[in-house]
Ligand binder design. Structure first.
Ligand code: COA
Length: 260
């Protein structure tokens, strides 16, 4: 599959998706959202891809938001549809992906950019990163899940302040409030993402898929996360990975998970 707005590279089980519109600070237009959906779907179906890293091209931005030029003249109906379609195609899709997704935030992550990073399973950032949800400065609110995921990550009060002030926080503050898990230099960002991906890959990806589902269940309306956990826990006992993991432990050797 060829893409115009993203780059996809694969290396030893780790896929890196780079959003590649550096002249527009990697802003998410309709085509980019569709391409990202296609790439995530394809990589998730690919047995060789164990972990996905998501980053932005250039040294300035991860993603500077949804492409403002595309929705500036939208009606109420079109605005609602834009948010609904984007959430379905990309933001909810990434959050619920069975393959682990790490966002490597390498600069501005604003609006839809921060929302995309927050939809990833976790985030790391370079020390030049700047994060925020500036939508109210444009007369709109975050529409790609930002009002839901930001309070989940940083708490309600901090999220309220960030959204209402439309301000940006730097990498250290993002680390302090739990928005990102690690901060490093720009040069070390992708090496760190790859190191974390390699660590993840040593474990059972079938079990990780179940864990993602159980953790996400905590944030779903009307879903009892404890029940989801019990179900996913039970399912593990029918997998080859579980047999290999427990057998390897008892035989005092490293597990070689078949991923089934
Ligand atoms: N949508 C569309 N285009 C965007 C964009 C966005 N969200 N963010 C940046 N761009 C474009 C700019 O229009 C400019 O294009 P041009 O060269 O054709 O004029 C280009 O990217 C470079 O941006 P510029 O503003 O010149 O860079 P800067 O370093 O002066 O400022 C930002 C960087 C991130 C502070 C600034 O671009 C910005 O505020 N962007 C919008 C952020 C935002 O509100 N996002 C939420 C959208 S809902």
């Amino acid at each position: 599959m060829s893409y115009e707005n993203i780059l996809v590279a694969q290396n030893d089980g780790i896929a890196t998706i780079t959003i590649n519109r550096p002249k527009k600070l990697n802003a998410l237009n309709r085509d980019t959202i569709q391409e990202l959906h296609n790439a995530f779907e394809k990589l998730n179906d690919d047995a060789h891809t164990k972990v996905i890293i998501l980053t932005g091209s250039g040294e300035k931005a991860f993603v500077a938001g949804a492409d403002i030029s595309e929705f500036a003249d939208f009606s109420v109906d079109e605005g609602g549809k834009l948010a609904a379609k984007g959430q379905e195609l990309l933001f909810d899709f990434v959050q619920n992906l069975g393959t682990p997704v790490i966002a490597a935030v390498n600069g501005f992550a604003l609006g839809g950019g921060l929302e995309l990073a927050m939809a990833a399973h976790f985030r790391i950032a370079s020390d030049n990163a700047k994060m925020g949800l500036p939508e109210v400065s444009l007369g709109v609110i975050p529409g790609y899940g930002g009002t839901q995921r930001l309070p989940q990550l940083v708490g309600k009060g901090k999220a309220m302040e960030m959204v209402m002030t439309a301000g940006m926080i730097g990498a250290d503050e993002a680390l302090q409030c739990g928005l990102v898990n690690h901060v490093t230099t720009q040069e070390e960002l992708l090496p760190l993402a790859n190191k974390l991906a390699s660590k993840i890959m040593r474990n059972s990806l079938v079990a990780i898929r179940g864990a993602i589902k159980a953790i996400n269940a905590n944030y779903e309306d009307g879903v009892n996360g404890f029940k989801t956990e019990i179900e996913e826990f039970g399912n593990c006992f029918g997998t080859e990975d579980f047999k290999e993991g427990t057998t390897a432990f008892l035989e005092k050797r490293k597990a070689d998970f078949p991923g089934k």
